[in-house]
Design a protein around this ligand. Sequence first.
Ligand SMILES: [Zn+2]
Length: 495
Amino acid sequence: MIDEQGDTLRRGDDAADRVSPSEQTTIQIPAQHAVDGIKRPPMLEAAGSFLSSHGPIVKKVALGVAVCVVGAAGFAGLRQLADAPADPGAAGNTTQPSETTSQTPDDVADGVRRNAAGQAVLDKMAEAIENESRATFLGTLDPQAKAFDEQARTVYSNLGKLPLATFRMRYVSDDPAALTPDRQTELGGTEAWLAQVEVSWQITGYDLKPARETLPVTFVTRDGETYAASFSERFVAGQRRPIWSLGGIEVAKGEHSLVISLDSQADADDYATVTDRAVESVTKVWGKNWKQKAVIYLPAKQAQMEAVLGAQPNAYTQIAAVTMAELDTPQAGAPTRIVANPKLFDELGKQGRRIVLTHETTHVASTATASPVPLWLAEGFADYVAFTAVSVQDESAAKELFKAIRAGKVPKALPAPEAFAASSADLPVAYESGWLACRLIAEREGQSKLVKFYRAVHASKSPTGLADAFRTVLGTTEQEFTADWQKYLKRLAGV
Ligand SMILES: [Zn+2]
């Protein structure tokens, strides 16, 4: 086992060597995440800070990659969508026609008519998907949209592979000026327009609430009949896309896991097996009081990962996996997905994949995408669970921290949220610090006390939740604990 880990470590280092020095220490996360993290009001702050703060786990240490949590990627995307004019030069180009002051009563009546015609098509589509009526579904597609026909057939077949409890499509708004005159001519018919449609879908046995995404749907009316003509027109940067709209999927079902893969090269069954083990490892520490299920997305390409996350291009090139809530606002019970970065996952090796998936599954179990837990505890605990499941030597797993301590730089405090920011140069030290803080609690008080401590902070609605948990669960203060932790770190580093 040690040899295998050594192999993983070397492979990780190799992977790190292939990227530029700046990429090794800088993780790019979309700017709106960082802004949200810093500027949100208190109740959202914690969830927001997850957005900005979850950077790499054991990055340089062992795996040469990063693990990340995103709480509400889609929220930023949606807000951007609402703010972004579809065509800066066009009049009446808001996505909320009813709020446009320049609208005439005729405009409003046209909007209502388009809404009714579009919603009728969407209802037919959603019903066809729920009832597995392929002919009805195909009847909603524009007979002249040949390229779309293929994409729509793929979507239909994808949705048939998923165990869906519900599937709904809701017409949200439209923008008659969104399609260029050339595009209108190409579509033909008596009328063609673009609408934003909310798609909600719930996976049986996995989701407590439906996942929600906004899909642009192009409609065309010809010979008095309205059809859907595209699902992918004018996507706004940062808008999330449902994984089943990005290409043909393969679905693998484990005992505790559902793997949805766009990557025909990936062994989806193997991912299901590794995730099943991760779920078991997490349950051993966290207890049975969670759903004990995880949904994994395997994009085949970087661009697909960005589309699923609503990320800017190349935002996640150095992030191995992301845990995200597939809902517009972070909240308990939101459907959670672990999205794996295809390129980095290949480089991780078996043990590395297991460490990363166990780390991410810990975030799923502890609903880290909607939690007031400070980052040193959330990330430290996820690493604690991962390194309990797959043991790695301290010298490797805390390499950067030990290096700093041996150079006389003992951390003065538990890592602050900023230390986990994407741009933080201290990212590996922050993760290692959080991990060893959690391990100290477990070694001194027992693992169950660590879990109790985490749960107490997680459940607290008070701004003094952390201090209260230090006192009531651990019988200490943050100050005292920090002093003990500093001694512990020095001892481990041999200084
Ligand atoms: Zn994490």
